[in-house]
Design a binder for this molecule. Structure first.
Ligand code: URA
Length: 327
């Protein structure tokens, strides 16, 4: 069977379909206009299985991409309970930097838009984005009780920053300080994130910061599958509204969720993946960078994170400050 490389059309619609499948399955179809008096039954499981089978077959028919040379082992400590990212439901894993460019793909598919951005959502002004985020937070998320994390939280940490940011960071979930204040990344990890942002010659007011879950998991444990499933539509919607050019995933859970791959962070670092008109990059979570020992190793890991941030800077057209160039 002859195959052709993945086109932007394939990528976009498959991603949409896969997101729909996940929501459909994880949320028990309750908000997909299914009559409220009907429970999810065997029909839904069969439908879900069928969609997954189609997607698996579709992926099997794609040209395999050789393993990337950056497939280094994960350096983050083993994360035993972070097994929540869906398995086998991503098309993005076949797209590596070495894959054909979007232009080449488009050439292969006559009649397709030449760039991915031509397909994105209608352009919104900064004020419209701010209003849409406000609506999402106040009207749709509200005083959310969709999962058990609502039981112990003090504040929902929706996310904050520039609604029109070119750069968005996505972390895992609020910690103690974030739960107390209602703001993302304001504890020790937040201070390191601020330093990372400053090293990119930006400041916090120029970027947007969000998490995959908006309420603090008790004792800072990893968020569980059902909690992520309940919260992810809000993150996806934030991304759709902000339409950043680059999304930096901080740590494995955020990277696995957005890359749609259940793998190590090491396998995701170094790849630049198209995502809803943006580019996805994965790097270490600041909390990990703070706790890694001994100091020499910590320095090494921070340098690797800096390499990842420089990728983001390149895409954003930011110049690496001379003082940081050798780092
Ligand atoms: N860690 C996260 O992942 N998010 C925060 O907001 C704070 C710490």
């Amino acid at each position: 069977m002859t195959t052709r490389p993945l086109s932007p059309l394939d990528e976009k619609w498959t991603r949409r379909l896969v997101q729909a499948i996940r929501c459909y399955h994880d949320l028990g179809v309750s908000w997909l206009a299914f009559p409220p008096d009907r429970q999810r039954g065997p029909f839904h499981d069969t439908w879900h299985e069928w969609l997954l089978t189609c997607e698996r077959e579709w992926r099997a028919a794609r040209t395999p991409v050789p393993p990337a040379s950056d497939d280094v082992p994960d350096r983050e400590p083993p994360v035993t309970s972070r097994e929540h990212a869906p398995v086998g439901v991503s098309v993005q894993e076949v797209i590596k930097p070495s894959s054909p460019s979007a232009d080449e793909w488009a050439a292969d598919d006559p009649g397709l838009p030449a760039t991915e951005t031509e397909w994105s959502l209608p352009a919104m002004s900064a004020a419209e984005k701010a209003a849409a985020l406000e609506r999402l937070q106040q009207l749709e998320l509200g005083e959310c009780t969709r999962c058990k994390l609502s039981d112990g939280r003090r504040h929902i940490v929706f996310g904050e920053g520039n609604p029109d940011a070119g750069l968005m960071f996505v972390g895992e979930g609020p910690g103690q300080e974030e739960d107390r204040t209602g703001r993302p990344f304001v504890g020790r990890a937040g201070q390191l994130l601020d330093d990372m942002i400053r090293a990119m010659s930006l400041d916090r007011s120029q970027v947007y910061i969000a998490n995959i879950v908006k309420c603090r998991p008790p004792g800072n444990r990893d968020p569980e599958t059902d909690e992520i499933a309940a919260c992810q539509p809000f993150l996806f919607r934030q991304i759709e509204i902000i339409q950043p050019r680059v999304i930096v995933c901080l740590g494995r859970p955020a990277a696995c969720l957005l890359f749609g791959r259940k793998t190590s962070l090491g396998a995701l670092r170094g790849s630049i993946i198209p995502y809803q008109g943006a580019r996805l990059i994965a790097t270490y979570h600041p909390s990990y960078l703070l706790r890694v020992k001994p100091p020499a190793r910590q320095k090494e890991e921070k340098l690797k994170a800096w390499t990842d941030l420089k990728l983001a800077m390149n895409i954003l057209g930011l110049k690496v400050p001379a003082s940081n160039r050798q780092k």
